[in-house]
Design a protein around this ligand. Sequence first.
Ligand SMILES: [Zn+2]
Length: 423
Amino acid sequence: MKGMLLRGGRIIDPANKRDEVGDLAIVDGKIAAGVNGDGYEEINCTGLVVAPGLIDLHVHFREPGQSAKETIATGARAAAAGGFTTVVCMPNTSPAVDNPSVVTWIREKAEREACVNVFTTGAITKGIAGEELAPIGSMARAGIVALTDDGHCVQNHELMRRALEYARMFQLPVLDHCQDYGLVGKGVMHEGYWSTLLGLPGWPSAGEELIVMRNILLAELCETPIHCQHLSSGQSVRLMREARARGVVITGEVCPHHIALTDEALQGFDTNFKMNPPLRAQRDVDALIQGIADGVVTILASDHAPHCAYEKEVEFDMAPFGIVGLETELGLFIDILVHKKKAIDLPRLIALMTVEPAKLLRLDRGTLSVGAAGDVTVIDPGLEWKVDAEKFESRSANTPFQGWEIKGRAMRTIVAGNTVWGG
Ligand SMILES: [Zn+2]
């Protein structure tokens, strides 16, 4: 085959403000202006949306070190099944991604084994211990796309300031998991009515908001952008809205579980509802959705965090934080944000999952411009389906959405002109 011709779909390419029914050609792995003669694989996309390949900038693929939970290969298959052509891994592996040799190891393994594009971040501090800066320059040369201590949070503000100054020298975006350790302590769920009732230690919203505020002040001081990961608190959105209004370059992302669920879901002590930051109150959910609607929140992500069943099948206090997310993310976002809440339209949703993360990470992706990578996601926004974790491509099944009926999903995922999932 010379290439691929996607026929008659609704082409939505927010980077080029394009939204029209038409044909899209991919030739030699790149988006092409048209086809030349025949011999192309023709795909009927009537009634479907043809979008740039989706990007998820927040996943945990657990390699090196914890391949029983997930591997780069299985994580990439989960991504493809969820409609993602590009993912960005967090550095809290074992060992951590805090030096150039681990960066190279991941990149080479991804090159050999992953069916989607896999990029990695590097840690801000050595061992993600928050004490000493990691070798940022040599990791930048080895190919990291951003810095973050995700899973942890740098508590020393002076160290964070120096990290920002180094990051700027290497033009690396800084992402932050916002958690004040003193205030959060051993909290395992949102501090509020339900934590009191259930007798579980609380993780107060202020534990996130304090670090969001710290990041706003440091972004302003260093004139360097900071991206706040997996926002859970409504007050965080308010702080960011005010800061952005006065010109501070601060961005944030929201994950599906923080808008699909509240802390009330913890009544059954099911550890598949335990994540960090935790599920919060309805007013937080409403504020996060409002932040997405009015443009304060510009990126959507999964925080895909696989764990083995035996690790989650313990007392609530003891269980690890996190849930898998790649295979339910797109459907939940379409269902909640577009169909049910009508917070944003489909083109905006696609922008939050393509051009916006690409812009933040300076990735040459997330668009259907002629000459761009032939990464495409074909979506049926109206398809109703039921979540079945048994069928997940991920090596883990720790989802709180088992059995949910969701409207909207990816039908085909194409990377560099090759179908890697669906069809
Ligand atoms: Zn995190």
